[in-house]
Design a protein around this ligand. Structure first.
Ligand code: NDP
Ligand code: GDR
Length: 373
């Protein structure tokens, strides 16, 4: 029998890859998208189906995780076999500026969905996936972090996600719901939001190489992350809901790199060698070699990156490294794309766009193009 899935956060990075994956598996997919003054469906436009065609396999509903009646009505209409709760105010730095909103959406939003499922009597039939996060580990208590490592959240985002983690466990234990937490470490892709660190780097350096920007301003370059590819991670989100018993899993690569490493990989994809000079807030990256004409916007000696304390967080998560053994042993999951391969894919995608903009600019076309990162 064809299954039906409901995905919150369908317009986001993971939502777009998950919907592709579920459609490939033959699911009927329903997505909740927010009303916005501009179109916000760029990541799923390629799989969007005109609602006027008979039996579209992807249907979008306007909704918001802060709106209980809206969520309840959508779940009542769709009666999903599986709910994937990917919607969130997902930016850690922004959560310090909007802590209450972040708590409403990232913590209470999860409760609203679980309660709607229970209230509608679907708790024994609808399976629930919660997008939990390595940010729960925050000030890490053990290296590497696994399912049993104690949590120590370090941001309003992480504290809100901590509530969601436990309310998911609680509904599983209290009402026998099939509800799981995927504790996902950072995962990226060419569809990553432009203000997360990897995409900020690949997009910023691609623009600089094409002469569209001069310098990218960044925060803590020493931060260490375990970066995987979103495509590998959404596969695991689905796998978690196909087991006999619900459980929680760490999803990670088990390898760790610094933000500085990611800058160097990205520069090298562009044929540019950088040298980091200065320390702390004075640190900057200088071009010391360029391979051929790969970066027409640059010359040796240019400063392409500067540290700006504005991007430091009030409390930082310095290091994250996951141990995905449980997912590997129990579900047979392993990531297929390395962090370096992912970086290469991201730079190529951003370079393609930057080249198009540079070409149009050179021929006198004024392209609306935000350099804000
Ligand atoms: P994105 O920021 O790319 O996407 C977030 C999605 O949530 C968007 O579709 C956004 O809509 C939607 N959203 C935001 N606020 C609301 C709201 N109030 N009501 C309904 N929808 C809302 O995140 P990712 O795809 O990267 O991440 C998916 C989930 O996984 C998030 O919950 C995130 O916290 C979590 N996570 C992500 C990790 C990562 O490394 N990517 C790691 C661990 C967890 P819009 O497009 O309109 O803004
Ligand atoms: P993170 O991702 O906070 O781990 O949350 P992000 O890419 O924003 O930051 C990673 C690390 O890089 C440092 N950093 C910078 N970060 C940003 N955004 N901009 C900068 O200029 C910059 N300079 C240095 C940060 O301080 C941090 O240490 C992501 C989100 O997807 C969450 O939703 C998810 O839960 C976690 O990953 C796992």
């Amino acid at each position: 029998m064809e299954k039906t899935a409901l995905v919150t956060g369908v317009t986001g990075q993971d939502g777009s890859y998950l919907v592709e994956f579920l459609l490939d598996k033959g699911y009927e997919v329903h997505g909740i998208k927010r009303r916005s003054s501009l179109f916000n469906t760029q990541r799923i436009d390629h799989i969007f189906q005109d609602p006027h065609v008979p039996n579209p396999r992807l249907r979008l509903h306007y909704g918001d995780l802060s709106d209980t009646s809206n969520l309840t009505r959508i779940i009542q209409e769709v009666k999903p076999d599986e709910v994937y709760n990917l919607g969130a105010q997902s930016h850690v730095a922004v959560s310090f500026e909007a802590p209450e909103y972040t708590a409403d959406v990232d913590a209470l939003g999860t409760l609203r969905l679980l309660e709607a499922i229970r209230f509608l009597g679907l708790e024994k039939t609808t399976r629930f996936y919660q997008a939990s996060t390595s940010e729960l580990y925050g000030l890490v208590q053990e290296i590497p972090q696994r399912e049993t490592t104690p949590f120590y959240p370090r941001s309003p985002y992480a504290v809100a996600k901590l509530y969601s983690y436990w309310i998911t466990v609680n509904y599983r234990e209290a009402y026998g719901m099939y509800a799981c937490n995927g504790i996902l470490f950072n995962h990226e892709s060419p569809r990553r939001g432009e203000t997360f660190v990897t995409r900020k780097i690949t997009r910023g350096l691609a623009n600089i190489a094409q002469g569209l920007e001069q310098c990218v301003y960044m925060g803590n370059l020493d931060s260490l992350r375990d970066w995987g590819h979103a495509k590998d991670y959404v596969r695991m989100q689905w796998m978690m809901l196909q087991q006999d018993e619900p459980d929680d899993f760490v999803i990670a690569t088990g390898k760790q790199y610094s933000v500085r490493d990611f800058v160097n990989w990205s520069a090298s994809e562009l044929g540019v060698t950088l040298e980091f000079r200065g320390t702390d807030v004075d640190e900057h990256a200088v071009v010391v070699a360029i391979d051929g004409d790969s970066a027409p916007g640059l010359k040796v000696g240019d400063v392409v990156l500067r540290v700006d304390p504005r991007y430091f967080r009030p409390a930082e998560v310095e290091t994250l490294l996951g141990d995905p053994s449980k997912a590997h042993n129990k579900l047979g999951w392993a990531p297929e794309i390395t962090a370096q391969e992912m970086c290469s894919e991201m730079v190529a995608a951003d370079l393609k766009v930057a080249k198009r903009h540079a070409f149009l600019k050179k021929h006198g076309h004024d392209v609306p193009f935000s350099l804000e990162t």
